[in-house]
Each structure stands twice: as C-alpha cells, then as structure tokens.
Design a protein. Sequence first.
Length: 483
Amino acid sequence: MSLTTKTVMGVLWRGSSNILVTILNFAILAVLARILKPSDFGLMAMILVVTGFVNILADFGLSAAIIQKLNITREQLSTLFYLNLLLGAILTGLCFALSDVFADFFKHQELAGLLKVISLTFLISSGGQVFDSLLQKEMCFGLLFKIDIVEMIIYGAVAIAFALWGFGVWSLACGFIMRVIVRVLLLWITASQRPGFIFNLKAVRGYLHFGMYIFGDRVLNYFSRNLDNILIGRMLGVKALGFYTLAYSLMLMPVSKIASSVSSVIFPAFSIVQHDNKKIREGYLQVVKYISLLTFPMMAGLFATAPEFIISVYGSKWQPSILILQIFCLVGAVQSVVTTVGSVQYAKGRPDLSFKWSCLAVVVNATAFIIGVRWGILGVTCAYMIAALVLDPTIQGWTNRLIDLRWPEFLKQFTIQAKGAGLIIIAVLTLKILLQKQLEVAPLFVLMASVAVGVLIYSALLFFTGKDLLIQGAGYLRGKIKK
C-alpha cells in the first residue's frame, strides 16, 4: 500500500473514530445525566482540569519523538518505556500528595479522595504510551480505531452500572479508570514490539532533546489557550465566562475534530519522507485544501445562522453569545488550516519552531486579553481575533519556509473555498431578510431553510467550478493515487 493510500485511510479511520466516540460519549452522558446529579458532573469537571494539565506533562514529548524518528532500536524502545513509567510514577506521587491542596483550592473536600484514586491512572497510562506511539508511527489507525471504540464502550458500561448502584460521582471516576486500564491492556496485546530489561539514557538523548521542545510548547500553549478564560472568570464573573465558553466551544468543535483527525495522521506520514520537501509540500497542500473544503463553509454557515442557531438550540438566555460566536467563526476558518503546522514542524525535526511561537503567543495573547477585558467579553473576543491576525500568519510563514512553500502557491489552494464561504454568507443573509420581511417565522424554520440554501449553494459551486477537487478526492478515497 502506498504512503498516500495509507494516509487517506488513516484520515478516514481517525475521522470515523472521532465521530463514533463523540456519538457514544453523547449517548453515555445522556443516560448518566438522568441518574447522576449536576454536582457530580461538576466535581468530575474539576478533576479533569487537574488531570488535563498533568497529562500535558505525562511523557515529556517522547511520544512525538518516537513517531518522528525514522528508526528505533530495542534499546531505545526499552529505555523510553521505563522513562515513561518513571514519569508516570512521579506524576502519580505529586498528584496524590497535592490532592488536598487542589481540594482546598476548589473548596470541595470530596475532590481529595477522588484525585488520590484517579492519580493512579498516570502510572497505568504511562505503560501504554510507547505502544500507542508505535501504532501511530506504523500508521495502524484501523487498529487504534478499534481500541478507541472498545475503551469507550467499557467506560460507558462501568460508569452507568456504578451510577445505577448509587455510587454518584465515583461512577464517573471508576469509568474513567477502567477506560485507561482497558486501553493499556489492548495496546500491550497488539504491540508489535516489547521492551526488554535495558536502560541506557545515552541511547535516547536525541529523543529527549526533541521531546523537551514539545513539552515546553505544550505547557506554554496550555496557558496561552486558557489566559482568556482565566481573565474573564476572574474579572467578569462566571456568567460572562459561560457566554464566552459556549461560543468558543461551538467554533472549536468542528475545527478541532476535523483538524485533529488529519494532523494525527500526517505527522507520521510526513515523518517517513521528512527529508523530501517536495513530497511534504505536495502532501501538505492537499491536506489544507481538503480541510478548508469542509471548514470554510461550516464556519460561514455558522456565522450567518448564529442568531437562529443559538436561540433554537440553547434558548434566548444565551443571546450574548451570538456576536461572540460570529467573530470566532471568522477566526476559526483560518485556524482550521493553521492548526496543521505542528505536524509539519515535528516531522521535519523542528519542534523548536512551535516552542518559539508559543513563547510569542503567550506574550501577544496576554497583552491583547489584558487590554480587551476592559470592554467585557466582546473586548476579549476582539482581542483574540487581533492576536490571531498577528500569530497565525507568523507560524504559517515559518512552516511554509521550512518546506520551500511560497505564499501565492499556498493561498491559491483556498480560492474555491473562500468564494463558497462568501456566497453562503450572502445567500443566507439575503434569505433571512426576505423571510423576516414577508412573514414572522420561528427561528428554527429560518435555521433549517438557511442550512438547506447554504448546502445547495456550496454544492452547486463545487459541481460547476470544483469538479477537479471532487474527482481528485474520490480518487484518494479509492486509493488509486499512488505515492
């Protein structure tokens, strides 16, 4: 099977996994929400704040290093495995020791016991990280798809069973722990290589150097991405943060699901041909072209229907989120493309670029948000957009130079998508004006009619001016375009 075919199949597997896991998660939460109290979910959300940050520290960027390096010896594999176990043990110990501190910070003493138990997952999951990375390196995304689904089903079954038995928030914790255990067991069973009793730090110096930049990038990026939430929550209150978070989440969901499905596949694919800029450049142009083919019309449609969507789905009390969402949609279209740059930089062995950009992002975002918060959540949103106008072209330009890609060639990939997005906005806004002038209609009806018109307009544009895109895409799906 050619590299192109493997990559296309990988994207399909990862995309299918994201969709199915999202559906399963929605169904599981729907059942649990009828059994558990809202406060149970609130406690678990607090735990996930802690575990989310700890997971960033979990492997010191070694997983990405394993994927990027062309060859890995048994000595290196074994050393990295034991290093991961050591890191997992340290993080488990720290989380266990600081659990009372976290409980005091959140003012919920029940958190202490929950964190002490859940902290064990850091040690358990560290036993599977090397094997997870190897499966990604070998582009075994079909197998990872099966593991993702099985662990999600086990999580749902355990959590629902314990909830029915009256365990409250502990049912969520038990489901979470079992999910981690099942994943590690499946990774061990399916592993193509096993560690030996070998430990040699000198053999993995290159991995540690590579991982150091990724570790720093992830920590800085975590704080950079959460500075707006921290400032809004601290200075404007939880209600304002709720409006802001809803809008941000709605923008981020389609962008992150599509981009993450692709990025997790192109990183190992580009790593295989990391010394061939021509192949990476050609592959990268195809990637951004087809991502934007989906995300540009989605963001345009969400921009144009934001009032009807928010009111119909969430209710009129969420109206302050409408304008925020529309601004985020403009940024989201661009960020759906820029999100992929990390995979190219890592594949080329240049994680230092991501780290340097994250340093810049912390400074720019902090400055923008501190200024913008004076004007409320709208000010922070505009600050986010202005910061993105500075940061996104910067990191994209660095990445383009890395693979000898010129801006005109890069921007040419978005001609049809940009036209389609513009036509969707014009058509939907025109339809809404006509409907509102002629008769009073429910927001839900306007939303459904707008979606239908948007889909029709974009489909017609692709049919008449983008046939080559569709034909080429169909060819990729059939696996007939070879490396």
